[in-house]
Design a protein around this ligand. Structure first.
Ligand SMILES: Nc1ncnc2c1ncn2[C@@H]1O[C@H](COP(=O)(O)OP(=O)(O)OP(=O)(O)O)[C@@H](O)[C@H]1O
Ligand SMILES: [Mg+2]
Length: 589
């Protein structure tokens, strides 16, 4: 737990160390101050008023010091909290910025945003509000324990045995609570996922289930969440009761021991000193138990925050892609894969197997293959979303692992299947490709990508806001804007994941035109779904279950029986169906 804090705090970690030492000193001082009650009471009960008064002064000084130190400790705890909120967020951000692009799945992004907002807030409050009572709640009883030993060995022994038993009980209940908590968090996450799905998929759900149908998955998720919530409440309540019982049982054992030794003293010839010792130790016992009760209460709170700490630790545990010590600059737009194999996780099977492929600068390559054959993965490896498991990816003569991330970024532009647009105008979205682009350059890219036809229809032209995620535009329009964005970047290699959805004829033609215009000006690698695109390519690479099964020009491959011939037949059939069906459009998907 502290390790995660130190990771979050980075060079600010001394703030935490100072706070921890201070809290430790505070706990010791509190314990010692309570222990001065022993001489005060002993002298008082023995009618040595002068000595009692002297010790009383010591006690008062101790109380005053404790009070002052408590405020300093609180301030130090708050300082740690602020450092977590300010520096911790930055450090988490810096770490995340170095993670492989491939890490940013929907699930990881959701987890990250939760940690950065709510998680950080919860963690920042831990030192001042939870660590301080917890640490003092352990240190103070230990000091009292030592004093108990000197007063009455029997009671000291019982207290000594009580401590580990109590901490064992706390750890056990915390473990039970943690399991219930994990299951609750898991079910809560599932429910919110289902909730979003339910909202987003309304059209589908209503089409298939009628007006009030489609709630079944959501209802199941809510039921499961309710069940785990009930269990969590049950376990939490039981833990609190059980912990309190354990502490009280320890207290009872100490009381019994005190009574027994008092009885012994009475049975013998009543020594005033021993009786006083027993009475004073009874007082100490109550001061021994109080902080432990507090610890029992706080361990519940701590368990809640642990989930957040785990999440932060999980994110820090993801290794950034290693950066080369001496980066080498790529030259030209060639792409080469040498014996590349790749798996997404150690426990998963290989998605790409022993792929070797050379792509000449300025040529156009079309990747085709069944769904799941590894096309997107291959393109992701070229852009170093992940590092290959085996083999190497070489761009412009240099292994991608030997380039700095800036050099790699300068080498590649990308057009994704589901083009994401940022909130802002169409011009803003194109300018992301080259922040210092002039208006004329933006217009030129817009023209090349077929965006001109879109903006002519819009009253605000290039300055039209696209809406969140580009919601005000159609899928084809979004893709055309993302093509303009990729074009203006002017990198030697362009990776394209062509839209699979059947685009309307106008959009499809605009995209095909843009690709045709780009042919020869840069290295084009296109995951192709449209017949027009594959026919344009210099070479076609057919992937089958992670291997290259066929490779060659359209003219050569189309005459041989094989996967490519099969692909062509399928596309032609789809096209024929569309023409015969209704629209008569040229769209084939
Ligand atoms: N992030 C991921 N984690 C684990 N496995 C993945 C991940 N992404 C893809 N896969 C798996 O890798 C294999 C290849 O997927 P990939 O997306 O590369 O296929 P594709 O050829 O692009 O398919 P499609 O035509 O449907 O887009 C599939 O079996 C897929 O389930
Ligand atoms: Mg794909």
């Amino acid at each position: 737990m502290l390790k995660t804090f130190i990771q979050l705090l980075g060079e600010e970690a001394p703030v935490l160390r100072r706070y921890l030492w201070m809290t430790l000193a505070y706990g010791l001082l509190c314990g010692l101050t309570i222990v001065t009650l022993v001489p005060v009471l002993t002298h008082l009960l023995g009618s040595e008023l002068r000595s009692a008064a002297q010790w009383l002064v010591v006690l008062m000084i101790g109380v005053a010091l404790c009070w002052a130190l408590r405020r300093t400790v609180e301030k130090a705890g708050i300082r740690v909290g602020i450092a977590v909120l300010q520096g911790g967020r930055h450090r988490l951000g810096d770490h995340v910025a170095r993670l492989p692009v491939g890490w940013f799945s929907a699930q990881n992004t959701a987890r990250l945003s939760h940690v950065a907002s709510q998680g950080m807030m919860e963690m920042a409050q831990l030192p001042a509000h939870v660590f301080t009572p917890l640490i003092t709640g352990v240190v103070t009883p230990v000091v009292i324990l030592v004093a108990l030993f000197t007063l009455n060995v029997q009671m000291g022994l019982i207290a000594l045995v009580t401590l580990p038993i109590l901490f064992g009980v706390f750890a056990f209940t915390a473990h039970l609570g943690q399991r219930a908590d994990q299951s609750f968090q898991h079910n809560a996450a599932l429910t919110s996922q289902r909730m979003v799905e339910f909202a987003q998929a309304q059209s589908v759900l209503r089409a298939f289930n009628g007006e009030d149908g489609g709630t079944q998955f959501l209802e199941q998720a809510i039921a499961r969440q309710q069940q785990s919530a009930k269990r969590l409440i049950h376990v939490s309540a039981m833990s609190v009761v059980f912990n309190a019982w354990a502490v009280q049982a320890g207290f009872a054992a100490l009381l019994v021991a005190a009574t027994l030794s008092l009885g012994e003293q009475v049975g013998a010839n009543l020594q005033a000193g021993s009786v006083i010792a027993v009475i004073v130790s009874l007082l100490l016992v109550s001061r021994f138990i109080d902080p432990l009760l507090e610890v029992a209460g706080y361990s519940e709170v701590l368990r809640g925050a642990r989930g957040q700490l785990e999440a932060v630790r999980g994110i820090f545990a993801v290794q950034p892609l290693p950066q080369p010590a001496a980066p080498q600059a790529p030259v030209g737009g060639s792409v080469e894969l040498r014996n590349v194999s790749f798996r997404y996780a150690e426990d998963q099977s290989e998605v790409l197997r022993d792929i070797s492929l050379r792509i000449e600068p300025g040529s156009m390559t079309a990747l085709v293959g069944a769904s799941g054959s590894g096309k997107t993965t291959l393109v992701r490896l070229i852009a170093r979303f992940f590092d290959v498991t085996q083999g190497s990816v070489i761009l412009g003569g240099v292994d991608v692992r030997q380039m700095s991330s800036e050099q790699l970024a300068g080498q590649i532009s990308q057009i994704f299947q589901d083009a994401y647009l940022f909130q802002g105008s169409i011009a803003d979205n194109i300018r992301i490709g080259k922040p210092d682009a002039s208006d004329a350059q933006i217009m030129e890219a817009a023209r090349q990508a077929g965006v001109i036809e879109i903006i002519e229809r819009l009253p605000q032209g290039l300055e039209t806001p696209v809406g969140e995620g580009g919601a005000r535009l159609s899928g084809g329009e979004r893709q055309r804007i993302s093509i303009a964005r990729a074009l203006i970047k002017d990198a030697p290699i362009l990776l394209v994941d062509e839209a699979t959805a059947a685009l309307d004829a106008e959009n499809q033609a605009a995209i095909a035109d843009a690709l045709a215009r780009l042919r020869g000006t840069r290295t084009l690698i296109v995951i192709a779904h449209q017949l027009s695109t594959v026919a344009m390519a210099d070479q076609i690479v057919v992937l089958d279950q992670g291997r290259i099964s066929e490779r060659g020009a359209h003219s050569a491959l189309s005459t041989e029986p094989g996967l490519y011939a099969h692909f062509l037949a399928q596309r032609r059939a789809a096209k024929g169906w569309r023409i015969a069906g209704a629209s008569g459009s040229e769209g084939g998907s």
